[in-house]
Design a protein around this ligand. Structure first.
Ligand SMILES: [Zn+2]
Length: 547
């Protein structure tokens, strides 16, 4: 595994005033690869290092940088605003700074304002052409730069595969910068095909995200917390050498989990569900997945989100008690990895499926027939707008009508059909913004039901449907092996390329994957697991069809 090069954003800006010698010196001491500097131009045409446009945030001066003469800028104090210890710091002039840093660290020039010809000439005069790259916030400057010079390395920011194509073909970029949340296998593949280096920008103090960057094996990371990253990278390297297996490549950019509360598998046969029918036809599915006892909403959801049996998580009623010892929740793990999460729900107790503060978007509407439709519309529009990496869409109508009118009653089957329409709205909304191709949709229930209730160990209560549809998954495949509700969370993480917590009890449902990597440790263990290879095991499972 090649090392990820570290780019220190504005120098060690947490420990010293940004864009000064002091900040650069600190990150050179750490041993980072690149120091990022902002290039600006004085009124009399001298290049300096300062973010700007105003000098007020980082010096004792007033006004805009480009209105000041070099004689005025040289007199500014660029350190006191940060701490009295830095009182002597000046706004560095670019040329002496580059002479000083040459051989100590490479340079990323974020050009705010410059005389492009002079700047390019300076780089060649100092023989820094192989030790720097450029970025221009202003598109016209980026184009002009490329016109003037075909060789110096240019960085372009991207979020999609189409952006990567444009970066290469329009700007002849040498590297691209991408946010961690936008990183996907197709994007990485496109960069590799075109010989573009990949830099992730992640300014947050976030060990989980840093590990994710290391797993992706990108070329550079642009960050504010170089010291923390180096520590995480050292741990990661030690772990990697201790592991027998290589990290697994992520497969999906997003997972949307649709939860039809109390939906029996045979209800999907009986009700009008064109969307679910399509997901099944084009995906992998089973009508024989199993939930946990007691087969009621909160224990089942806790088993889903914490990948644990009730004996382990301790939630055996619809009253929440935190798992003891603590367990990580699916939403928390995804959030800690630096990804966006969203939940749409109508039953308040489900708030504990995400520990406080771990969910980026949470939409709650107390259940009613009208609120059900509103929640569906909110899920469709918000998921398409915010594009979270994981979204949970809880659909309560099935359970509510089951209790009131009976499981498998006409009203209950109508609720299944209404839920199907909401799934269709979300899928269509994602398709409309071009995000469906990299999304995996899962459809499932927490438990089944019979008569006017559930909670027993009877097959009608314990058997649930589970469907997984999307890129990289098998199509029109009826899953032969067993699927348990505790397997869903590890499968979601596997698809997103996020490490699975050791405490979790479920297994990755490897059978849904279209292409099986030859040396995948998880699949290896799945396939040697007798419950995966023995298809007779599934016939011993209780089927809802025969009750
Ligand atoms: Zn219920």
């Amino acid at each position: 595994m090649s090392r990820v090069e570290i780019v220190c954003h504005k120098g060690a800006n947490e420990y010293a005033p940004e864009n000064t010698y002091a900040a650069a010196r600190r990150c050179i001491e750490w041993g980072v690869d690149y120091v990022e500097i902002d290039v600006n131009l004085s009124r009399d045409g001298v290049h300096y290092i300062l973010h700007g446009p105003s000098v007020e945030q980082t010096t004792n001066g007033r006004g805009n940088f480009y209105d000041l003469l070099s004689s005025e800028i040289d007199a500014l104090d660029a350190g006191s605003w940060f701490h009295a210890d830095f009182a002597g710091e000046r706004v560095p002039r670019l040329e002496p700074f580059l002479r000083w840093i040459k051989g100590k660290a490479k340079v990323f020039l974020d050009v705010k304002r410059a005389n492009l010809r002079e700047l390019i000439a300076l780089i060649y005069a100092l023989e820094l052409q192989d030790e720097c790259f450029f970025w221009f916030g202003n598109d016209a400057d980026a184009r002009a730069f490329r016109q003037l010079d075909a060789k110096l390395a240019l960085k372009i920011n991207v979020a999609t595969v189409a952006d990567v194509v444009r970066a290469d073909e329009v700007y002849r970029a040498n590297l691209v910068e991408v946010a961690l949340k936008d990183l996907s296998q197709p994007l990485v593949d496109e960069c590799r095909r075109r010989g573009l280096r990949i830099m992730v920008y992640h300014p947050h103090k976030d060990p989980g995200a840093f590990r994710q960057v290391l797993r992706w094996g990108v070329d550079l990371i642009n960050l504010d917390h170089g010291d923390l990253f180096m520590q995480v990278a050292a741990e990661f390297a030690a772990d990697a050498s201790a592991q027998t297996a290589p990290p697994l490549p992520p497969r999906a950019k997003r997972v949307v989990l649709f939860m039809l509360d109390g939906c029996r598998p045979d209800a999907l046969e009986a009700a009008h569900t064109p969307v679910i029918d399509r997901l099944r036809r084009e995906g992998a599915w089973t009508a024989q997945a199993r939930t946990v006892m007691p087969s009621i909403t909160l224990p089942c959801h806790t088993s889903l989100f914490y990948s644990a049996h009730p004996e382990q998580h301790g939630v055996t009623t619809n009253d929440w008690t935190p798992p003891h010892p603590p367990l990580p929740s699916l939403i928390e793990v995804i959030g800690d990895s630096g990804y966006g999460t969203a939940a749409f729900y109508s039953w308040e107790q489900l708030r504990d499926m995400a520990p406080p503060g771990t969910l980026d978007t949470s939409v709650y509407r107390r259940y009613s027939e009208q609120a059900f439709e509103e929640l569906g519309r909110a899920a469709a529009s918000e998921i398409a707008r915010q594009r979270p990496t994981f979204a949970f869409v809880y659909l309560e109508a099935t359970d509510a009508t089951g209790h009131r009118y009976g499981w498998m009653s006409p009203a209950y089957l109508q609720a299944v059909a209404k839920s199907d329409r909401i799934i269709g709205q979300v899928v269509d909304a994602l398709a409309a913004v071009g995000e469906l191709d990299e999304t995996v949709c899962m459809v499932m229930a927490d438990h089944g039901g019979h008569d006017h209730g559930h909670g027993t160990e009877q097959p009608e209560d314990m058997t649930i449907p589970w469907i997984a549809w999307g890129a990289g998954l098998r199509r029109n495949h009826r899953i032969q092996g067993p699927v348990h509700i505790t397997d869903v969370a590890p499968t979601v993480l596997y698809l997103l390329g996020i490490p699975i917590p050791e405490q979790w009890q479920g297994q990755v449902i490897g059978e849904i994957l279209a292409e099986r990597p030859a040396v995948s440790p998880i699949l290896g263990s799945m396939m040697s697991d007798p419950r995966m290879s023995d298809s007779a095991a599934s016939s011993s499972m209780i089927s809802s069809q025969n009750v």
